[in-house]
Design a protein around this ligand. Structure first.
Ligand SMILES: [Zn+2]
Length: 236
């Protein structure tokens, strides 16, 4: 009956939906890149913590080694003093101090071994964290290029679809054009709905017989419940 008008509106609706879909894909691009950037940032922070822990452990080991050197010098002094003792009592006291210092030194030596092991372990953690950051950076770079390439294609497609839209819009019946322009401007791809068996396919509410009659007369009909511009579904 009014197949031309139906085809036009159905085609416009289709183009509007495709444009919206491509625009959504375009908007998702930066989000995809952002997710990878966030991962890089998080891993970089972890790597910096690992580096700080490694530096701290090295400082602890260095301090202990310095402490050991001081203790060794002190012990050597005490050994020399043994030869110059004037009394047996002084000699005994020195021997006790030397024994105590040697014990402390042996504990310190164990601690140094432990701390050097910690330095190694933390150093491995730094290497691992650094490698992980590098890998994440490579992925970020790949995703950025991919998104850029996709965006270029999408923009071209959207431009071409917008041209198609303008072209098909010229076939719209003049009675419908003002409502179409007004609704499409605000609702974009969600501005239209087909009517099948008297049901608006946008909100699935029944439309009135009067509206069905208006539709067959190619008049502009807007759904009472959802506000979409209606067109008859093609009878295929
Ligand atoms: Zn509706």
């Amino acid at each position: 009956m009014n197949s031309t008008s139906t085809d036009t509106m159905s085609a416009l609706h289709g183009i509007l939906k495709t444009i919206a879909d491509k625009q959504q894909q375009l908007e998702r691009g930066p989000l995809r890149v952002g997710a990878h950037q966030q991962r890089v940032d998080g891993l970089t922070a972890e790597m910096e913590t690992a580096q700080q822990n490694h530096r701290d452990s090295r400082m602890t080991a260095d301090n202990k080694q310095l402490q050991l050197k001081t203790s060794e010098t002190k012990l050597a002094d005490l050994q020399t003093k043994l030869n110059t003792c004037s009394s047996n009592r002084e000699y005994q006291a020195l021997l006790e101090q030397i024994a105590a210092d040697q014990m402390a030194e042996s504990v310190l030596e164990d601690e140094i071994l432990d701390s050097l092991e910690t330095v190694d372990t933390l150093g491995e953690q730094v290497s691992l964290a650094t490698k992980t950051v590098e890998q994440a950076k490579v992925k970020l770079k790949e995703e950025t290029s991919k998104v850029q390439a996709e965006a270029e294609v999408l923009r071209k497609e959207i431009t071409s679809l917008a041209n198609d839209l303008s072209e098909v819009e010229t076939s719209l019946p003049p009675e419908i054009r003002p409502d179409y322009d007004r609704i499409v401007k605000t609702r974009k791809d969600d501005s239209m709905a087909s009517v099948d068996d008297g049901i608006c396919e946008g909100c699935f509410q029944q439309i009135t017989p009067n509206m069905i009659a208006q539709l067959t007369l190619k008049e502009s009909v807007i759904c009472n419940s959802c506000g979409r511009l209606l067109y008859p579904a093609s009878s295929d």
